[in-house]
Ligand binder design. Structure first.
Ligand code: NAD
Ligand code: MG
Length: 390
C-alpha cells in the first residue's frame, strides 16, 4: 500500500487523480485530501477513499466540513496552516494540485518529508524553482512533473544525456482567442476567455491559456525544472494539442510526445513512474486525425511570452513577482475591474517596478522571502489596477 495525499483534491487535476486512485483502491492508503469552498465534494471523496484527514483552505468552513464528515472517522481541519500541517504527515506520493502560489508551502513541506511530489502546481517552480529543487535534493525527495508539456519532456528525456539536448519545444493550443483579430482582444469577456478549445481545466488556467500566461509560466517552469538556458526554450502554437512537447538533440533529432488532451496520462505517468501501467485514456487514430499543424506564436497577440523571456533572463525572485502580479491581474479581470489585454499591462508595470531587486535573490531563496516578494508584487499590482480603474 502506498501512502498518498492530494492537495487541491476538489479541482480539475485533483478529481482526475482521484479517478485513477479510485480504480485501484487497494493499492493506496489515502492520508490527506484538501480543498477550499467545495465542502460537499471534499467530504464525499474523503469518505469514499477513507482518508485520514480532510482539510479546507476556508477557515470559516470548519464546522461545515465537520458536519459533512460526521461519523466517518475522517479528521477535519481548516486554514492554510492546517494544509501545511497535513503536508507534514508522512506520505510516499503527494499530488500538488492547488492553484496559485498557495500551493508552494505545502509542496515544500511534502518535499521536506522526502515524498515523491507529483507537481501540477506550476506556480511553485515559477515562484521558487531554486527552493523547490534544493529542498528535494536536501531531503532525498523527488519531483515528477505533471504539467502535460513537462511530463512530455521528462518522458522524451528517459535514458538521454542532458548534455545532448539542444532545445526544448513547448506546444500551445493558442487558447480561446488564437484566431481572433488582435484589435478585438481588448473586448474579450470573462465568459469568452473561460472556454478552452481542447482541454477541460479549472477556470484560472483556462483564462491563462487564452492570454498565454499559462504558456509563459510553462516556459519559466521548463527553465527551472530542466536547468536549460532561456535561449534553448521555444513555444510553438499547435492548435490540435496532440503533441505536448518536443526535445531537440544535438544530432538534429526531435523527439515528440503525442497523446490525447487528457491529464490522466501525465498524472498516471507520475503515479506509476518509473513503470508504465495501462491508463484509461483514448488511443489516437492518426489517420482519423489526418493533420497536425504548427504556427509561430505572435508576441503582439500574446505579450505574456515576451514577459516570460524577461523573467527567465532576470531569474531569482522575478518569477515570484511575475506570478503574484499575474494572479492579482487575473482576479481583477474576473471581477470585471480591468479588460482582458490589461492583464499583461499590469504584469509588465509590476515587473518594471520590482523585478530588478527581486532578481538578486536566488541561492538565498526561502519560503519567507518568496512570500514577502509575493506580497509586495500583489500590492504593486493593486496600485496599478486602481490607477487603471480610476
Ligand atoms: P482548479 O481551480 O480546478 O482546482 C484548484 C484546487 O485548489 C481546488 O481543489 C481548490 O479547492 C484548491 N484551492 C484553490 N485556492 C486555494 C487556496 N488558496 N488554498 C488551498 N487550496 C486552494 O485548478 P486545476 O485546473 O486543477 O489546476 C491546479 C493546478 O494544476 C494549477 O497550478 C494549474 O496551473 C495546474 N495544471 C492544471 C492543468 C489542468 O488540466 N487542469 C494542467 C496542467 C497544470
Ligand atoms: Mg500545461
Amino acid at each position: 500500500m502506498r501512502r498518498i495525499s492530494i492537495f487541491g483534491a476538489t479541482g480539475s487535476i485533483g478529481q482526475n487523480t482521484i479517478d485513477l486512485i479510485a480504480r485501484a483502491p487497494d493499492d493506496y492508503d489515502v492520508v490527506a485530501l484538501t480543498g477550499a469552498s467545495n465542502i460537499r465534494q471534499l467530504a464525499a471523496d474523503a469518505r469514499r477513499l477513507k482518508a485520514e484527514i480532510a482539510v479546507t483552505a476556508c477557515e470559516d468552513r470548519l464546522d461545515d466540513l465537520r458536519a459533512a464528515l460526521e461519523g466517518s472517522g475522517v479528521e477535519a481541519a481548516a486554514g492554510a496552516d492546517a494544509i501545511v500541517e497535513a503536508a507534514a504527515r508522512p506520505a510516499d506520493w503527494v499530488m500538488s494540485a492547488i492553484v496559485g502560489a498557495a500551493g508552494l508551502a505545502p509542496g515544500v513541506t511534502a518535499l521536506q518529508q522526502g515524498a515523491t511530489l507529483a507537481l501540477a502546481n506550476k506556480e511553485s517552480l515559477v515562484c521558487a524553482g531554486a527552493l523547490m529543487l534544493s529542498t528535494a535534493r536536501d531531503h532525498g525527495a523527488r519531483i515528477l512533473p505533471v504539467d502535460s508539456e513537462h511530463s512530455a519532456v521528462f518522458q522524451a528525456l528517459v535514458g538521454e544525456d542532458m548534455q545532448a539536448v539542444e532545445r526544448i519545444v513547448i506546444t500551445a493550443s493558442g487558447g480561446a482567442f488564437r484566431d481572433w483579430p488582435i484589435e478585438k482582444l481588448s473586448t474579450a469577456t470573462l465568459a469568452e476567455a473561460s472556454s478552452h478549445p481542447n482541454w477541460d481545466m479549472g477556470q484560472r488556467i483556462t483564462i491563462d491559456s487564452a492570454s498565454m500566461f499559462n504558456k509563459a509560466m510553462e516556459l519559466i517552469e521548463t527553465k527551472e525544472f530542466f536547468g536549460v538556458r532561456p535561449d534553448q526554450i521555444e513555444a510553438v502554437v499547435h492548435p490540435e494539442s496532440m503533441i505536448h512537447a518536443l526535445v531537440g538533440f544535438r544530432d538534429g533529432a526531435l523527439m515528440a510526445h503525442v497523446g490525447p488532451p487528457d491529464m490522466r496520462h501525465a498524472i498516471g505517468y507520475a503515479l506509476h513512474w518509473p513503470e508504465r501501467r495501462s491508463l484509461p485514456v483514448e488511443r489516437l487514430d492518426l489517420a482519423a486525425i489526418g493533420q497536425l499543424s504548427f504556427r509561430e506564436p505572435c508576441e503582439t497577440r500574446w505579450p505574456a511570452l515576451r514577459l516570460a523571456r524577461e523573467v527567465m533572463e532576470t531569474g531569482g525572485l522575478s518569477g515570484a513577482v511575475f506570478n503574484a502580479a499575474k494572479e492579482t491581474a487575473l482576479d481583477a479581470f474576473i471581477a470585471g475591474e480591468i479588460g482582458f489585454t490589461q492583464m499583461s499591462d499590469v504584469v509588465e508595470a509590476v515587473l518594471d517596478r520590482l523585478s530588478a531587486t527581486a532578481g538578486h535573490i536566488d541561492a538565498t531563496m526561502t519560503l519567507d522571502n518568496v512570500a514577502e516578494t509575493d506580497h509586495l508584487a500583489r500590492q504593486a499590482a493593486r496600485s496599478v489596477i486602481n490607477g487603471k480603474a480610476g
